[in-house]
Ligand binder design. Structure first.
Ligand code: AMP
Length: 215
C-alpha cells in the first residue's frame, strides 16, 4: 500500500453539492466539474488524492474493503450497512434529515403483525424488535410512499426532511428512529498506515464544518 496515496469515495446526488465546498476549504478540489462529467473517478489539485463518486449505499462497502481510504455517506446508510468495518471520526453536519416511521393520516390503531415497507430493512428490523413489535417486512427500492395507499403495507420507514413528500401522499410522520447527517468514514488499516495524511485532512474538514456553523 502506497502510504501517500488517498482515495476518497463521495456519495453522488444531493450530498455531493454540500460536501464539495467543505473539501474545497480543506484544500481538496476535483480537477474537473464532477456534475458535468460521466466519469466515476477524478484527479484533484493534489497529485496523491483521487475522488470517486458512487451510490451512497456502496460507499461503506468500498471503505470497509479498503478500495477507498475515506468515504462520505449518510448515517442512514451506515446504520443499514453496519458500522463495524470502519471508523466514523467526523460528522459533517450536512444533508440533515430523520429516518422515521410514517402511516396514512388518521390510520386506525392496529393490533397484531404490522406490515412495514422500506428500503432500510436492517434499520426497521432492529427498531421494531426494540419496540417489541412483530412486523412483516416488505423490501422496496423506491416510492415507498405509495405502499400504504396501494394496500401493500400499513406503515413505512423512510427518510423525512420537510415532510412534504409524506403529506403529498396522504401520510404522516410518526416516530423518529434516528437523526441523520453525512459522516466521514475511514478504513481501519488506512487510518493506521496513512495516519498523518488522514489526520491532517480530518482536522481541516473539522475546521471547515466549524467555520460553516459559525457563519
Ligand atoms: P421531504 O419531502 O423534504 O421530507 O423529503 C423526503 C424525501 O427526500 C425522502 O423520500 C428522501 O428520498 C429524500 N431526502 C431528503 N433528505 C435527504 C437526505 N439528507 N438524504 C437522502 N435523501 C433525502
Amino acid at each position: 500500500m502506497n502510504t501517500n496515496q488517498l482515495v476518497i469515495a463521495l456519495t453522488k446526488g444531493r450530498i455531493l453539492e454540500e460536501v464539495l465546498p467543505l473539501f474545497e476549504q480543506a484544500n481538496i478540489v476535483p480537477s474537473e466539474d464532477i456534475s458535468k462529467s460521466r466519469k466515476l473517478i477524478f484527479d484533484t489539485n493534489l497529485s496523491n488524492v483521487k475522488i470517486m463518486v458512487i451510490r451512497g449505499s456502496d460507499v461503506p462497502t468500498y471503505v470497509e474493503f479498503g478500495s477507498a481510504d475515506i468515504g462520505v455517506v449518510g448515517k442512514d446508510l451506515i446504520m443499514e450497512h453496519g458500522s463495524e468495518g470502519f471508523y466514523e471520526p467526523l460528522d459533517l453536519k450536512i444533508a440533515e434529515c430523520r429516518i422515521m416511521t410514517a402511516e396514512p393520516v388518521k390510520a386506525p390503531v392496529r393490533s397484531g403483525r404490522l406490515k412495514v415497507a422500506t428500503k432500510f430493512t436492517n434499520i426497521a428490523k432492529q427498531y421494531f424488535a426494540e419496540q417489541g413489535q412483530q412486523i412483516e417486512l416488505i423490501k422496496l427500492n423506491g416510492a415507498l410512499e405509495l405502499a400504504p395507499a396501494m394496500g401493500l403495507a400499513d406503515s413505512i420507514v423512510d427518510i423525512v426532511d420537510t415532510g412534504k413528500t409524506l403529506k403529498a401522499n396522504g401520510l404522516e410522520a410518526k416516530e423518529v428512529i434516528a437523526h441523520i447527517s453525512s459522516r466521514v468514514i475511514v478504513n481501519k488499516a488506512s487510518m493506521k498506515i496513512k495516519n498523518s495524511i488522514i489526520r491532517d485532512m480530518l482536522r481541516k474538514l473539522n475546521k471547515a464544518v466549524d467555520d460553516k456553523i459559525q457563519d
